[in-house]
Design a protein around this ligand. Structure first.
Ligand SMILES: [Zn+2]
Length: 73
């Protein structure tokens, strides 16, 4: 576990918000889901406890969360 610098609670995960397009193929009857395509504008990593944005890139979030795993090799 690592401590959130905003609310001081221990967290082990973050909520990631990505902006982009979610596409569906519509055939007149049904929607067929396509992959989500990010546009890179928003890539926020928020604390699940206080919903504050802690990081805006995966590398920083990974480094932060990675601290909890440093003794696991
Ligand atoms: Zn927090």
């Amino acid at each position: 576990m690592v401590m959130c610098p905003k609310c001081m609670k221990e967290i082990s995960v973050m909520i990631n918000f990505k902006s982009g397009e979610k596409r569906f193929i519509f055939d007149g009857y049904e929607y067929h889901e396509e992959d989500f395509v990010t546009n890179g504008k928003t890539d926020d990593f928020e604390c699940p406890e206080c919903q504050e944005t802690l990081f805006t890139c995966e590398k920083d979030a990974k480094n932060f969360l990675g601290n909890k795993n440093k003794n696991r090799g």
